[in-house]
Design a protein around this ligand. Structure first.
Ligand code: F6P
Length: 488
């Protein structure tokens, strides 16, 4: 069996946690031969040319150091100030400094140069996320002939948003150098298709841009999942129960509305607190009988837009407290720190409502974990953004438009008033879907497809796209360890 080589910006174990990605992929590598390759978390004066191997929790991990300047341009710059906001349709929050592209490209070249000597001819390489779109191109340029797959953990943008990204044409050409491109949702495959089929040149000089040939790239939705069975167990573990007791002592009979998200503008946190404010304003009977807990560990806080989101959230939470709190009752708790998975699992289980309302999200594994952790005899209700990839597989959640805070407030009211029978019925369907889309099947499905289906026809059960467009007219162009952040 071929070895599997996983490549991602962060690696599990030491340094900053790789979050949901680590949880999802750790199992794959514990069951198959191979290693994980990525950034060490270290910034140095000179870039490393060779990877260092280390065994962490039984996983073989190869890591390289990056220079401070390259890392800034690649991570805070091109990846998180251009690609992240654009892919999440927040061009208003993008900082378009096109020179960051050079650093982004340089780091991808550094990854490729350090990885190539470690590859055996039949290794299968699985590259993760928007930080590393050019990696297959860079590896192929150095002579790699391996099967290489790419998985995008975040949403694929609309064509207009894509056009706003400097060098988007090269990035799309880079995608065409992968054998398989996996996306979270059908919506993402549709957005990709829209671009690929309507490539339009965007040149200054009017010269024709050669259409990108996607004929050898398979693009398919592989919705990622969690391990709901493991979460069910974790939710009744001693550590989880300890957290539940701690909370119950404070809350008494109050019903808990829970949000758990990285502090990121894509998560819709200010809108969510506003919806809660409206719930309290329009339903005075609920005051004193509900409590909202928002867990929001800081993320990417060197980037101004993230600091501003944090400030906005502080202000809104303060407003709600000032308006509704009484000496002996407070409407919400807002915690800016990360909790371990067992504590989170306990919180999910005791929550009457899981409030997962990103403005746009690749999948959102918090939704999966909330479902997995519920008590089958007294399950909570999931209020879920229709703009999370998870909405495609969880139609039994209360789906809301997170921009419409009146609608979210009404969904919260419905969730709190929902009779037990309906809660059980909805949760049973949600749990069945979470089990069907579990993380093991996700990883195995992607890898099987990548290794075995080199020339297979589209499968009947998934949305697959093969684009035989090399001869298209040129008018079409570029075509948790103990303190783990919440799942992406
Ligand atoms: O959702 C995309 C993602 O890269 C996840 O894989 C990861 O858990 C999360 O964002 C955190 O990102 P960062 O590595 O920038 O802290």
């Amino acid at each position: 069996m071929s070895r599997i080589v996983i490549v991602s910006n962060r690696t599990p174990g030491k340094g900053p946690a790789a979050g949901g990605l680590a949880v999802a992929l750790r199992k794959v590598l514990s069951e198959r031969e191979g290693f994980w390759f990525g950034w060490s978390g270290k910034l140095t004066d000179r870039p490393s040319t060779e990877a260092r191997f280390e065994t962490i929790d039984g996983l073989e991990i190869a890591q390289i150091d990056l220079t401070r300047d390259d890392h800034h341009a690649y991570y805070a710059g091109f990846s998180n100030s251009i690609l992240w906001p654009s892919f999440h349709l927040r061009l208003d929050l993008a900082t378009i400094e096109s020179h960051w592209y050079e650093g982004y490209r340089r780091v991808n070249q550094q990854f490729a140069r350090a990885l190539l000597p470690l590859l055996k001819p039949d290794d299968v390489v699985w590259v993760h996320d928007y930080h590393l779109i050019p990696l297959a191109s860079e590896l192929r340029q150095l002579g790699a002939r391996n099967r290489i797959g790419f998985y995008l953990h975040i949403p694929f943008p609309t064509t207009d948003a894509l056009y706003a990204i400097p060098h988007h044409e090269e990035l799309m050409r880079d995608l065409s150098r992968y054998d398989l491109v996996g996306m979270q949702a059908k919506r993402d495959v549709a957005a990709f298709t829209e671009f690929a089929e309507h490539q339009a040149p965007s040149t200054f000089g009017g010269h024709k841009v050669q259409a990108i040939d996607f004929s050898r790239t398979e693009v398919e939705a592989f919705p990622i999942g969690s391990d709901p069975g493991a979460f069910a167990k974790l939710a009744v573990s001693p550590a989880a129960t300890k957290m539940v007791h701690r909370m119950r002592r404070v809350l008494g009979e109050q019903r808990l509305i829970l949000g758990v998200d990285r502090l990121d503008y894509s998560k819709g946190l200010p809108q969510r607190v506003e919806a809660y404010e409206k719930l309290l304003a329009h339903n005075s009977r609920l005051r004193r009988s509900v409590h909202m807990l928002q867990v929001a560990p800081p993320s990417r806080d060197s980037i101004r837009e993230y600091q501003e989101t944090s400030d906005t959230l502080d202000a809104i939470c303060g407003r709600v407290m000032g308006h509704f709190a009484e000496p002996d009752w407070q409407p919400l708790t807002y915690v800016k720190r990360a909790y371990g998975q067992p504590s989170l699992a306990g919180l999910y289980r005791m929550a009457r409502v899981g409030l997962v309302t990103p403005l746009r999200d690749g999948m959102n594994l918090v939704a999966h974990e909330f479902i997995g952790a519920q008590d089958p005899d007294d399950p909570g209700v999931l209020v879920l953004s229709r703009f999370a990839g998870a909405a495609e597989i969880f139609p039994e959640a209360l789906l809301v438009n997170p921009f419409d805070t009146d609608e979210t407030a009404e969904a919260l009211r419905m969730a709190l008033d929902m009779p037990l029978d309906e809660r059980k019925e909805r949760w049973t369907a949600l749990m069945a879907s979470a089990q069907k889309h579990n993380v093991d099947d996700w990883a195995v499905g992607f890898l099987d497809h990548l290794t075995q289906n080199a020339s297979a026809k589209p499968s009947a059960t998934r949305d697959v796209l093969y684009l035989a467009s090399s001869t298209q007219p040129a008018s079409l162009p570029e075509a948790m360890a103990s303190q783990t952040p919440p799942a992406a």
